[in-house]
Design a protein. Sequence first.
Length: 598
Amino acid sequence: MNALSPQFGLAFAEQPQTAPGASTRPPLKAVQGPAIPVGRIQLVQLRFQSLLTARMRILFIAAIFTAVAAAALLRITWLGFAGSAPTHSSLADRLLPPRGEITDRNGAPLARAFPAYALWFDPKAMGDGGDPLVAEPAEVAAELAAIFPDMDETETAERLTSGRAGYLRRRVLPEDANRVFELGEIALQFPQEADRHYPQGSLAAHVLGYVVEQQGGKIGMEEVLEERLSDPELRGDPVALSIDVRVQGALEDELRRGMLATDALGAAGIVLDVDTGEIMAMASLPEFDPNVVGADGAPNVFNRATNGLYELGSTFKPLTVAAAIDAGVVRNLGRDWDATTVEVGNRRIRDLKPKGDLLNVPQALIYSSNTVTARVADKLGTERLQQMLVDLNMNQRPFIELPARGKPLWPQNPDNRHTNMVIGYGHSLAVTPLHLANAYAAMVNGGIWRPATLHKLDASDVPRGKRVFKASTSARMRQMLRMISIYGTGRSADAPGFRVGGKTGSAEKPGKGGYSRRKIISTFAAAFPMDRPRFVVVAMIDEPRGTVASSFQRTAAFNAAPVVGRLVPRIGPMLGVRPDANRDVDISDLRYLVEKDQ
Protein backbone atom coordinates (compact mmCIF):
# COMPACT_ATOMS: atom_id res chain seq x y z
CA MET A 1 0.00 0.00 0.00
CA ASN A 2 1.52 3.28 -1.11
CA ALA A 3 -0.47 5.63 0.97
CA LEU A 4 -2.44 5.92 4.18
CA SER A 5 -6.14 5.83 4.05
CA PRO A 6 -7.50 8.98 2.47
CA GLN A 7 -9.42 9.76 5.63
CA PHE A 8 -6.21 10.83 7.35
CA GLY A 9 -5.41 13.26 4.50
CA LEU A 10 -1.74 12.16 4.36
CA ALA A 11 0.40 10.31 1.68
CA PHE A 12 4.06 9.32 1.51
CA ALA A 13 6.43 9.35 -1.63
CA GLU A 14 8.42 6.35 -2.85
CA GLN A 15 11.87 5.90 -1.35
CA PRO A 16 15.03 6.30 -3.56
CA GLN A 17 17.45 3.39 -4.35
CA THR A 18 19.81 2.60 -1.53
CA ALA A 19 23.35 1.40 -1.58
CA PRO A 20 24.15 -2.22 -0.83
CA GLY A 21 23.84 -2.85 2.92
CA ALA A 22 21.57 0.13 3.41
CA SER A 23 18.01 -0.09 4.74
CA THR A 24 15.47 -1.56 2.38
CA ARG A 25 12.61 0.44 3.99
CA PRO A 26 10.82 2.26 1.22
CA PRO A 27 11.12 6.01 1.32
CA LEU A 28 8.20 8.22 2.14
CA LYS A 29 6.29 9.57 -0.72
CA ALA A 30 5.42 13.15 -1.03
CA VAL A 31 2.39 14.33 0.95
CA GLN A 32 -0.74 14.26 -1.03
CA GLY A 33 -3.12 17.10 -0.13
CA PRO A 34 -2.53 20.13 2.06
CA ALA A 35 0.20 19.81 4.75
CA ILE A 36 -0.61 20.34 8.54
CA PRO A 37 1.37 23.16 10.09
CA VAL A 38 3.77 22.22 12.83
CA GLY A 39 2.18 24.83 15.25
CA ARG A 40 -1.15 23.05 15.21
CA ILE A 41 0.45 19.77 16.27
CA GLN A 42 2.15 21.52 19.15
CA LEU A 43 -1.16 23.09 20.25
CA VAL A 44 -2.85 19.68 20.34
CA GLN A 45 -0.01 18.28 22.39
CA LEU A 46 -0.22 21.28 24.77
CA ARG A 47 -3.95 20.81 25.28
CA PHE A 48 -3.48 17.12 25.92
CA GLN A 49 -0.81 17.86 28.51
CA SER A 50 -3.03 20.46 30.25
CA LEU A 51 -5.94 18.04 30.39
CA LEU A 52 -3.72 15.38 31.88
CA THR A 53 -2.42 17.83 34.50
CA ALA A 54 -5.97 18.90 35.45
CA ARG A 55 -7.03 15.31 35.87
CA MET A 56 -4.05 14.60 38.08
CA ARG A 57 -4.87 17.63 40.27
CA ILE A 58 -8.50 16.58 40.62
CA LEU A 59 -7.42 13.09 41.61
CA PHE A 60 -4.99 14.56 44.14
CA ILE A 61 -7.64 16.79 45.71
CA ALA A 62 -10.12 13.92 45.81
CA ALA A 63 -7.53 11.77 47.55
CA ILE A 64 -7.00 14.50 50.17
CA PHE A 65 -10.76 14.82 50.82
CA THR A 66 -11.06 11.05 51.07
CA ALA A 67 -8.22 10.92 53.60
CA VAL A 68 -9.73 13.72 55.70
CA ALA A 69 -13.17 12.08 55.66
CA ALA A 70 -11.68 8.75 56.64
CA ALA A 71 -9.73 10.36 59.49
CA ALA A 72 -12.88 12.13 60.73
CA LEU A 73 -14.87 8.92 60.55
CA LEU A 74 -12.19 7.05 62.47
CA ARG A 75 -12.12 9.83 65.11
CA ILE A 76 -15.89 9.74 65.57
CA THR A 77 -15.84 5.96 65.83
CA TRP A 78 -13.05 6.08 68.41
CA LEU A 79 -14.87 8.65 70.50
CA GLY A 80 -17.99 6.54 70.40
CA PHE A 81 -16.22 3.45 71.67
CA ALA A 82 -13.94 5.29 74.10
CA GLY A 83 -16.84 7.18 75.70
CA SER A 84 -14.95 10.47 75.66
CA ALA A 85 -17.11 13.46 74.84
CA PRO A 86 -15.34 16.75 75.45
CA THR A 87 -17.69 18.48 73.05
CA HIS A 88 -20.68 17.31 75.15
CA SER A 89 -19.25 18.85 78.30
CA SER A 90 -18.65 22.09 76.48
CA LEU A 91 -22.24 22.18 75.24
CA ALA A 92 -23.55 21.39 78.71
CA ASP A 93 -21.60 24.27 80.17
CA ARG A 94 -23.02 26.59 77.53
CA LEU A 95 -26.63 25.45 77.43
CA LEU A 96 -27.39 24.35 81.01
CA PRO A 97 -27.72 26.73 83.98
CA PRO A 98 -24.70 26.80 86.31
CA ARG A 99 -26.93 25.48 89.13
CA GLY A 100 -30.11 23.43 89.01
CA GLU A 101 -33.54 24.90 89.64
CA ILE A 102 -35.69 24.24 92.71
CA THR A 103 -39.47 24.28 92.37
CA ASP A 104 -42.48 23.66 94.58
CA ARG A 105 -44.60 20.54 94.15
CA ASN A 106 -46.57 22.18 91.32
CA GLY A 107 -43.57 23.45 89.36
CA ALA A 108 -43.56 27.05 90.60
CA PRO A 109 -39.91 28.28 90.66
CA LEU A 110 -38.39 28.78 94.10
CA ALA A 111 -34.70 29.10 93.20
CA ARG A 112 -33.05 29.48 89.81
CA ALA A 113 -29.79 30.67 88.24
CA PHE A 114 -29.61 33.22 85.44
CA PRO A 115 -27.05 35.56 83.83
CA ALA A 116 -26.81 38.91 85.59
CA TYR A 117 -24.67 42.05 85.57
CA ALA A 118 -22.57 43.44 88.38
CA LEU A 119 -20.96 46.85 88.83
CA TRP A 120 -17.18 46.53 89.14
CA PHE A 121 -14.61 49.26 89.77
CA ASP A 122 -11.31 48.77 87.90
CA PRO A 123 -8.85 51.57 88.75
CA LYS A 124 -6.37 50.29 86.13
CA ALA A 125 -8.81 50.41 83.25
CA MET A 126 -7.16 53.52 81.76
CA GLY A 127 -3.80 51.77 81.72
CA ASP A 128 -1.68 54.97 81.89
CA GLY A 129 -1.19 55.19 85.62
CA GLY A 130 -3.28 58.37 85.85
CA ASP A 131 -6.58 59.02 87.55
CA PRO A 132 -8.98 56.10 86.97
CA LEU A 133 -11.99 58.42 86.78
CA VAL A 134 -12.75 61.29 84.43
CA ALA A 135 -14.84 63.15 87.04
CA GLU A 136 -14.14 63.54 90.72
CA PRO A 137 -14.95 60.49 92.90
CA ALA A 138 -17.57 62.47 94.83
CA GLU A 139 -19.34 63.44 91.60
CA VAL A 140 -19.31 59.86 90.34
CA ALA A 141 -20.62 58.62 93.70
CA ALA A 142 -23.46 61.15 93.53
CA GLU A 143 -24.35 59.99 90.01
CA LEU A 144 -24.37 56.35 91.13
CA ALA A 145 -26.53 57.18 94.16
CA ALA A 146 -29.03 58.80 91.81
CA ILE A 147 -29.22 55.54 89.82
CA PHE A 148 -29.19 53.28 92.90
CA PRO A 149 -31.02 55.13 95.73
CA ASP A 150 -30.05 52.52 98.34
CA MET A 151 -26.32 53.00 97.64
CA ASP A 152 -24.36 54.87 100.33
CA GLU A 153 -22.95 57.91 98.53
CA THR A 154 -20.24 58.64 101.12
CA GLU A 155 -19.05 55.06 101.30
CA THR A 156 -18.97 54.81 97.50
CA ALA A 157 -16.93 58.02 97.20
CA GLU A 158 -14.40 56.68 99.70
CA ARG A 159 -14.19 53.43 97.78
CA LEU A 160 -13.55 55.23 94.48
CA THR A 161 -10.93 57.46 96.09
CA SER A 162 -9.06 54.53 97.63
CA GLY A 163 -8.31 53.06 94.21
CA ARG A 164 -9.15 49.51 95.33
CA ALA A 165 -10.64 47.29 92.68
CA GLY A 166 -13.80 45.40 93.54
CA TYR A 167 -17.57 45.19 93.40
CA LEU A 168 -19.57 48.33 93.90
CA ARG A 169 -22.85 46.48 93.46
CA ARG A 170 -24.16 43.03 92.64
CA ARG A 171 -27.28 42.28 90.61
CA VAL A 172 -27.49 45.30 88.32
CA LEU A 173 -30.46 45.50 85.96
CA PRO A 174 -29.68 46.04 82.26
CA GLU A 175 -31.41 49.42 82.20
CA ASP A 176 -29.40 50.58 85.22
CA ALA A 177 -26.21 49.32 83.59
CA ASN A 178 -27.02 51.48 80.55
CA ARG A 179 -27.42 54.55 82.76
CA VAL A 180 -24.06 53.91 84.41
CA PHE A 181 -22.48 53.38 80.98
CA GLU A 182 -23.71 56.83 79.93
CA LEU A 183 -21.54 58.39 82.66
CA GLY A 184 -18.56 57.71 80.40
CA GLU A 185 -16.36 56.25 83.15
CA ILE A 186 -14.24 53.43 81.72
CA ALA A 187 -13.30 52.26 85.21
CA LEU A 188 -16.94 51.33 85.88
CA GLN A 189 -17.40 47.94 84.27
CA PHE A 190 -20.21 45.41 84.04
CA PRO A 191 -19.01 41.79 84.27
CA GLN A 192 -21.70 39.24 83.47
CA GLU A 193 -22.07 36.54 86.12
CA ALA A 194 -24.32 33.67 87.02
CA ASP A 195 -26.68 34.80 89.77
CA ARG A 196 -28.87 32.74 92.13
CA HIS A 197 -32.31 34.26 92.28
CA TYR A 198 -35.29 33.47 94.52
CA PRO A 199 -38.40 34.66 92.63
CA GLN A 200 -40.62 34.41 95.72
CA GLY A 201 -38.37 36.64 97.81
CA SER A 202 -38.30 35.67 101.48
CA LEU A 203 -41.01 33.02 101.05
CA ALA A 204 -39.86 29.64 102.42
CA ALA A 205 -36.41 31.12 103.11
CA HIS A 206 -35.66 28.68 105.95
CA VAL A 207 -36.59 25.75 103.73
CA LEU A 208 -34.49 26.91 100.76
CA GLY A 209 -31.47 28.50 102.44
CA TYR A 210 -29.18 30.51 100.18
CA VAL A 211 -26.04 30.27 98.02
CA VAL A 212 -22.69 31.95 98.69
CA GLU A 213 -20.39 32.43 95.70
CA GLN A 214 -17.48 29.95 95.65
CA GLN A 215 -18.92 28.23 98.75
CA GLY A 216 -22.18 26.70 97.57
CA GLY A 217 -25.50 26.23 99.35
CA LYS A 218 -26.03 27.11 102.99
CA ILE A 219 -28.46 26.02 105.77
CA GLY A 220 -31.48 24.87 103.72
CA MET A 221 -32.22 22.58 100.80
CA GLU A 222 -29.58 24.51 98.84
CA GLU A 223 -27.04 22.87 101.14
CA VAL A 224 -28.77 19.49 101.20
CA LEU A 225 -28.98 19.35 97.39
CA GLU A 226 -25.56 20.90 96.70
CA GLU A 227 -24.17 17.90 94.81
CA ARG A 228 -27.39 17.32 92.90
CA LEU A 229 -27.80 20.96 91.86
CA SER A 230 -24.16 21.27 90.77
CA ASP A 231 -23.93 18.03 88.78
CA PRO A 232 -23.60 18.85 85.02
CA GLU A 233 -25.52 15.68 84.18
CA LEU A 234 -28.46 16.49 86.46
CA ARG A 235 -28.71 20.24 86.84
CA GLY A 236 -30.88 20.55 83.75
CA ASP A 237 -33.75 18.83 85.59
CA PRO A 238 -35.52 20.89 88.31
CA VAL A 239 -35.82 19.44 91.82
CA ALA A 240 -39.42 19.47 93.10
CA LEU A 241 -39.92 20.00 96.82
CA SER A 242 -42.98 18.87 98.76
CA ILE A 243 -44.11 22.37 99.70
CA ASP A 244 -46.94 24.17 97.93
CA VAL A 245 -46.01 27.80 97.38
CA ARG A 246 -49.66 28.87 97.80
CA VAL A 247 -49.99 27.13 101.17
CA GLN A 248 -46.59 28.46 102.20
CA GLY A 249 -47.65 32.01 101.47
CA ALA A 250 -50.89 31.66 103.44
CA LEU A 251 -49.10 30.10 106.42
CA GLU A 252 -46.48 32.85 106.59
CA ASP A 253 -49.13 35.52 106.17
CA GLU A 254 -51.31 34.26 109.04
CA LEU A 255 -48.35 33.60 111.33
CA ARG A 256 -47.03 37.11 110.70
CA ARG A 257 -50.46 38.54 111.44
CA GLY A 258 -50.65 36.62 114.71
CA MET A 259 -47.10 37.55 115.68
CA LEU A 260 -47.56 41.26 115.00
CA ALA A 261 -50.98 41.37 116.68
CA THR A 262 -49.47 40.11 119.94
CA ASP A 263 -46.11 41.84 119.63
CA ALA A 264 -44.46 38.42 119.83
CA LEU A 265 -40.79 37.57 119.55
CA GLY A 266 -41.32 35.10 116.70
CA ALA A 267 -43.51 32.36 115.29
CA ALA A 268 -43.34 28.99 113.58
CA GLY A 269 -45.77 26.83 111.65
CA ILE A 270 -46.07 23.54 109.79
CA VAL A 271 -48.63 22.00 107.44
CA LEU A 272 -48.02 18.25 107.14
CA ASP A 273 -49.67 15.52 105.06
CA VAL A 274 -50.69 12.87 107.62
CA ASP A 275 -50.54 9.96 105.16
CA THR A 276 -47.21 10.64 103.43
CA GLY A 277 -45.15 12.81 105.75
CA GLU A 278 -44.76 15.46 103.06
CA ILE A 279 -44.42 19.00 104.39
CA MET A 280 -46.79 21.23 102.46
CA ALA A 281 -45.54 24.38 104.21
CA MET A 282 -43.02 25.25 106.89
CA ALA A 283 -42.33 28.72 108.24
CA SER A 284 -40.16 30.41 110.83
CA LEU A 285 -40.56 34.11 111.61
CA PRO A 286 -38.99 36.57 111.46
CA GLU A 287 -37.71 35.57 108.04
CA PHE A 288 -34.77 36.67 105.86
CA ASP A 289 -34.38 37.40 102.14
CA PRO A 290 -32.03 34.90 100.44
CA ASN A 291 -31.62 37.31 97.52
CA VAL A 292 -29.54 39.73 99.60
CA VAL A 293 -27.46 37.34 101.69
CA GLY A 294 -23.69 37.67 101.32
CA ALA A 295 -20.69 35.71 102.52
CA ASP A 296 -21.24 37.03 106.05
CA GLY A 297 -24.58 35.25 106.30
CA ALA A 298 -27.92 36.74 107.29
CA PRO A 299 -29.90 37.53 110.44
CA ASN A 300 -32.91 35.42 111.44
CA VAL A 301 -31.60 32.20 109.87
CA PHE A 302 -32.53 30.23 113.02
CA ASN A 303 -35.33 27.83 112.12
CA ARG A 304 -37.84 27.68 114.98
CA ALA A 305 -39.79 24.87 113.31
CA THR A 306 -36.97 22.29 113.18
CA ASN A 307 -34.23 23.65 115.41
CA GLY A 308 -36.09 25.43 118.21
CA LEU A 309 -36.65 23.38 121.37
CA TYR A 310 -39.70 24.22 123.44
CA GLU A 311 -41.84 22.77 126.19
CA LEU A 312 -45.08 22.67 124.19
CA GLY A 313 -47.41 22.41 127.15
CA SER A 314 -50.93 21.05 126.96
CA THR A 315 -50.59 19.91 123.34
CA PHE A 316 -49.03 16.79 124.95
CA LYS A 317 -52.19 15.92 126.89
CA PRO A 318 -53.94 14.11 123.99
CA LEU A 319 -50.76 12.05 123.42
CA THR A 320 -50.74 11.00 127.07
CA VAL A 321 -54.43 10.07 126.92
CA ALA A 322 -53.87 8.10 123.70
CA ALA A 323 -51.06 6.11 125.33
CA ALA A 324 -53.31 5.45 128.34
CA ILE A 325 -56.16 4.20 126.13
CA ASP A 326 -53.74 1.96 124.25
CA ALA A 327 -52.40 0.52 127.52
CA GLY A 328 -55.87 -0.02 129.00
CA VAL A 329 -55.34 2.54 131.76
CA VAL A 330 -58.30 4.50 130.40
CA ARG A 331 -61.11 2.14 129.45
CA ASN A 332 -64.26 3.91 130.52
CA LEU A 333 -64.28 7.47 129.25
CA GLY A 334 -67.16 8.25 131.57
CA ARG A 335 -65.16 7.46 134.73
CA ASP A 336 -64.58 10.46 136.98
CA TRP A 337 -60.98 11.32 137.88
CA ASP A 338 -59.87 13.38 140.85
CA ALA A 339 -59.31 16.94 139.58
CA THR A 340 -58.14 18.52 142.84
CA THR A 341 -54.57 19.69 143.43
CA VAL A 342 -51.95 16.94 143.09
CA GLU A 343 -49.33 16.81 145.82
CA VAL A 344 -46.11 14.87 145.22
CA GLY A 345 -43.64 15.42 148.05
CA ASN A 346 -43.26 19.17 148.34
CA ARG A 347 -44.47 19.77 144.77
CA ARG A 348 -48.00 20.72 143.79
CA ILE A 349 -49.80 20.52 140.46
CA ARG A 350 -52.83 22.78 139.99
CA ASP A 351 -55.26 23.69 137.23
CA LEU A 352 -55.15 27.24 135.88
CA LYS A 353 -58.95 27.41 135.94
CA PRO A 354 -60.43 24.59 138.05
CA LYS A 355 -63.71 23.15 136.74
CA GLY A 356 -64.65 21.03 139.72
CA ASP A 357 -63.32 18.26 141.90
CA LEU A 358 -64.20 15.48 139.43
CA LEU A 359 -63.69 15.36 135.66
CA ASN A 360 -63.83 12.55 133.13
CA VAL A 361 -61.16 12.28 130.44
CA PRO A 362 -63.09 14.10 127.65
CA GLN A 363 -63.83 16.95 130.07
CA ALA A 364 -60.19 16.99 131.20
CA LEU A 365 -59.08 17.52 127.59
CA ILE A 366 -61.74 20.12 126.86
CA TYR A 367 -60.92 22.13 130.00
CA SER A 368 -57.17 21.36 129.69
CA SER A 369 -56.87 19.94 133.19
CA ASN A 370 -53.30 19.51 134.43
CA THR A 371 -54.38 17.57 137.50
CA VAL A 372 -56.36 14.86 135.70
CA THR A 373 -53.68 14.45 133.00
CA ALA A 374 -50.99 14.19 135.70
CA ARG A 375 -52.96 11.42 137.42
CA VAL A 376 -53.44 9.60 134.09
CA ALA A 377 -49.68 9.82 133.43
CA ASP A 378 -48.99 8.56 136.96
CA LYS A 379 -51.30 5.61 136.41
CA LEU A 380 -49.69 4.93 133.04
CA GLY A 381 -46.23 4.87 134.64
CA THR A 382 -42.85 6.15 133.55
CA GLU A 383 -41.92 3.15 131.43
CA ARG A 384 -45.02 3.17 129.23
CA LEU A 385 -45.16 6.96 128.88
CA GLN A 386 -41.50 7.14 127.90
CA GLN A 387 -41.90 4.27 125.46
CA MET A 388 -44.68 6.17 123.71
CA LEU A 389 -42.43 9.22 123.40
CA VAL A 390 -39.58 7.08 122.07
CA ASP A 391 -41.93 5.46 119.54
CA LEU A 392 -42.75 8.99 118.37
CA ASN A 393 -39.00 9.62 118.01
CA MET A 394 -39.04 12.40 120.58
CA ASN A 395 -35.73 11.15 121.94
CA GLN A 396 -33.76 12.14 118.83
CA ARG A 397 -33.47 14.92 116.29
CA PRO A 398 -36.48 15.30 114.00
CA PHE A 399 -36.46 13.33 110.76
CA ILE A 400 -36.11 15.98 108.07
CA GLU A 401 -33.56 16.70 105.34
CA LEU A 402 -32.58 20.12 106.71
CA PRO A 403 -29.21 20.35 108.51
CA ALA A 404 -30.65 22.51 111.33
CA ARG A 405 -32.38 19.96 113.61
CA GLY A 406 -32.68 20.34 117.34
CA LYS A 407 -32.03 17.41 119.70
CA PRO A 408 -34.79 17.06 122.33
CA LEU A 409 -33.96 18.00 125.91
CA TRP A 410 -35.08 15.32 128.32
CA PRO A 411 -35.08 15.87 132.08
CA GLN A 412 -32.12 14.50 134.01
CA ASN A 413 -34.35 12.12 135.98
CA PRO A 414 -37.34 11.18 133.79
CA ASP A 415 -38.19 8.24 136.07
CA ASN A 416 -39.04 10.59 138.93
CA ARG A 417 -42.75 10.40 139.71
CA HIS A 418 -43.34 14.15 139.67
CA THR A 419 -41.30 14.54 136.46
CA ASN A 420 -43.36 11.82 134.79
CA MET A 421 -46.57 13.64 135.74
CA VAL A 422 -45.48 17.00 134.34
CA ILE A 423 -44.15 15.39 131.16
CA GLY A 424 -47.69 14.06 130.71
CA TYR A 425 -48.99 17.60 130.23
CA GLY A 426 -46.03 18.94 128.27
CA HIS A 427 -43.43 20.22 130.73
CA SER A 428 -39.83 19.19 131.49
CA LEU A 429 -39.39 17.80 127.94
CA ALA A 430 -38.40 20.19 125.16
CA VAL A 431 -38.95 19.21 121.52
CA THR A 432 -39.34 20.98 118.20
CA PRO A 433 -42.68 21.92 116.60
CA LEU A 434 -41.88 19.34 113.90
CA HIS A 435 -41.76 16.59 116.55
CA LEU A 436 -45.25 17.63 117.60
CA ALA A 437 -46.58 17.70 114.03
CA ASN A 438 -45.28 14.17 113.38
CA ALA A 439 -46.83 12.92 116.64
CA TYR A 440 -50.25 14.39 115.85
CA ALA A 441 -50.14 12.91 112.36
CA ALA A 442 -49.62 9.46 113.87
CA MET A 443 -52.37 10.05 116.44
CA VAL A 444 -55.05 10.90 113.83
CA ASN A 445 -54.08 8.89 110.72
CA GLY A 446 -54.82 5.48 112.21
CA GLY A 447 -51.75 5.21 114.42
CA ILE A 448 -48.86 5.15 111.91
CA TRP A 449 -45.76 7.31 112.44
CA ARG A 450 -43.87 8.39 109.33
CA PRO A 451 -40.83 10.64 108.97
CA ALA A 452 -41.38 14.11 107.57
CA THR A 453 -39.84 15.03 104.24
CA LEU A 454 -39.34 18.09 102.05
CA HIS A 455 -39.16 15.99 98.87
CA LYS A 456 -42.22 15.53 96.70
CA LEU A 457 -43.05 11.82 96.86
CA ASP A 458 -44.62 9.51 94.34
CA ALA A 459 -47.18 7.08 95.71
CA SER A 460 -44.62 4.27 95.48
CA ASP A 461 -42.10 6.25 97.54
CA VAL A 462 -44.30 6.82 100.61
CA PRO A 463 -42.71 4.98 103.58
CA ARG A 464 -44.78 2.33 105.33
CA GLY A 465 -44.01 3.83 108.72
CA LYS A 466 -44.44 2.12 112.08
CA ARG A 467 -47.45 1.62 114.28
CA VAL A 468 -47.49 3.72 117.44
CA PHE A 469 -51.20 3.75 118.37
CA LYS A 470 -53.99 1.29 117.77
CA ALA A 471 -56.40 2.20 114.99
CA SER A 472 -59.27 2.20 117.50
CA THR A 473 -57.35 4.59 119.75
CA SER A 474 -56.75 6.90 116.80
CA ALA A 475 -60.47 6.93 116.05
CA ARG A 476 -61.26 7.89 119.67
CA MET A 477 -58.68 10.67 119.65
CA ARG A 478 -60.18 12.13 116.48
CA GLN A 479 -63.49 12.40 118.33
CA MET A 480 -61.96 14.07 121.35
CA LEU A 481 -59.84 16.52 119.37
CA ARG A 482 -62.95 17.54 117.48
CA MET A 483 -64.80 18.03 120.77
CA ILE A 484 -62.05 20.38 122.00
CA SER A 485 -62.63 22.61 118.96
CA ILE A 486 -66.39 22.59 119.54
CA TYR A 487 -66.59 22.92 123.33
CA GLY A 488 -63.11 23.71 124.62
CA THR A 489 -60.08 25.94 124.30
CA GLY A 490 -59.83 25.37 120.54
CA ARG A 491 -63.13 26.99 119.61
CA SER A 492 -61.45 29.92 117.86
CA ALA A 493 -59.84 27.42 115.46
CA ASP A 494 -63.15 25.84 114.41
CA ALA A 495 -63.40 26.85 110.74
CA PRO A 496 -66.99 26.20 109.58
CA GLY A 497 -67.27 23.21 107.27
CA PHE A 498 -63.64 22.03 107.65
CA ARG A 499 -64.13 19.89 110.80
CA VAL A 500 -61.01 21.09 112.59
CA GLY A 501 -59.87 19.30 115.72
CA GLY A 502 -56.92 20.22 117.92
CA LYS A 503 -55.46 21.15 121.27
CA THR A 504 -54.05 24.36 122.72
CA GLY A 505 -50.84 24.54 124.70
CA SER A 506 -49.50 27.46 126.76
CA ALA A 507 -46.23 26.81 128.55
CA GLU A 508 -43.95 29.10 130.52
CA LYS A 509 -40.42 29.31 129.15
CA PRO A 510 -37.68 28.02 131.44
CA GLY A 511 -34.77 30.28 132.38
CA LYS A 512 -31.84 30.46 134.75
CA GLY A 513 -34.00 31.09 137.80
CA GLY A 514 -36.76 28.65 136.86
CA TYR A 515 -39.87 29.22 134.75
CA SER A 516 -40.72 32.77 133.72
CA ARG A 517 -44.33 33.84 134.13
CA ARG A 518 -43.80 36.67 131.66
CA LYS A 519 -42.53 34.53 128.80
CA ILE A 520 -44.65 31.74 127.35
CA ILE A 521 -44.89 29.58 124.27
CA SER A 522 -48.40 29.43 122.79
CA THR A 523 -49.14 26.51 120.48
CA PHE A 524 -52.12 25.01 118.73
CA ALA A 525 -51.78 21.57 117.15
CA ALA A 526 -54.66 20.56 114.88
CA ALA A 527 -55.79 18.30 112.06
CA PHE A 528 -58.50 18.58 109.41
CA PRO A 529 -60.96 17.32 108.30
CA MET A 530 -61.40 15.15 111.38
CA ASP A 531 -63.83 12.70 109.74
CA ARG A 532 -60.96 11.79 107.39
CA PRO A 533 -57.81 13.60 108.51
CA ARG A 534 -55.52 14.67 105.70
CA PHE A 535 -53.37 17.45 107.13
CA VAL A 536 -51.89 18.45 110.46
CA VAL A 537 -51.37 22.13 111.21
CA VAL A 538 -49.13 23.38 114.02
CA ALA A 539 -48.96 27.10 114.84
CA MET A 540 -46.62 28.39 117.54
CA ILE A 541 -46.26 31.97 118.85
CA ASP A 542 -43.03 32.71 120.73
CA GLU A 543 -43.51 35.06 123.71
CA PRO A 544 -46.83 36.71 122.82
CA ARG A 545 -47.95 39.71 124.83
CA GLY A 546 -51.44 40.63 125.89
CA THR A 547 -52.75 43.21 123.44
CA VAL A 548 -56.09 44.57 122.32
CA ALA A 549 -56.05 42.10 119.41
CA SER A 550 -55.73 39.16 121.85
CA SER A 551 -58.16 40.57 124.43
CA PHE A 552 -55.10 41.18 126.63
CA GLN A 553 -54.62 37.41 126.90
CA ARG A 554 -51.39 35.51 126.16
CA THR A 555 -52.62 31.92 126.09
CA ALA A 556 -52.89 29.86 122.91
CA ALA A 557 -56.69 30.04 122.81
CA PHE A 558 -56.38 33.77 122.06
CA ASN A 559 -53.43 33.83 119.62
CA ALA A 560 -52.27 30.48 118.19
CA ALA A 561 -55.73 28.92 117.76
CA PRO A 562 -57.11 31.92 115.80
CA VAL A 563 -54.15 31.61 113.41
CA VAL A 564 -55.27 28.06 112.55
CA GLY A 565 -58.92 29.16 112.37
CA ARG A 566 -58.02 31.71 109.68
CA LEU A 567 -55.48 29.53 107.90
CA VAL A 568 -57.52 26.37 107.30
CA PRO A 569 -60.25 28.03 105.15
CA ARG A 570 -57.51 29.59 103.03
CA ILE A 571 -55.49 26.46 102.36
CA GLY A 572 -58.24 23.79 102.45
CA PRO A 573 -59.48 24.33 98.86
CA MET A 574 -55.86 24.55 97.62
CA LEU A 575 -55.24 21.11 99.10
CA GLY A 576 -58.44 19.55 97.81
CA VAL A 577 -60.46 19.90 101.02
CA ARG A 578 -63.66 21.86 100.49
CA PRO A 579 -66.00 22.96 103.25
CA ASP A 580 -68.99 20.72 103.85
CA ALA A 581 -71.43 21.63 106.60
CA ASN A 582 -73.23 18.29 106.21
CA ARG A 583 -70.26 16.18 107.27
CA ASP A 584 -68.57 15.81 110.66
CA VAL A 585 -67.14 13.36 113.14
CA ASP A 586 -69.77 11.36 115.01
CA ILE A 587 -69.32 12.37 118.64
CA SER A 588 -72.83 11.48 119.81
CA ASP A 589 -71.57 8.79 122.20
CA LEU A 590 -69.25 11.29 123.93
CA ARG A 591 -71.26 14.48 123.85
CA TYR A 592 -73.31 13.62 126.91
CA LEU A 593 -70.09 13.01 128.91
CA VAL A 594 -69.08 16.61 128.29
CA GLU A 595 -72.51 18.15 128.80
CA LYS A 596 -73.68 16.12 131.81
CA ASP A 597 -72.41 18.60 134.41
CA GLN A 598 -73.07 21.77 132.43
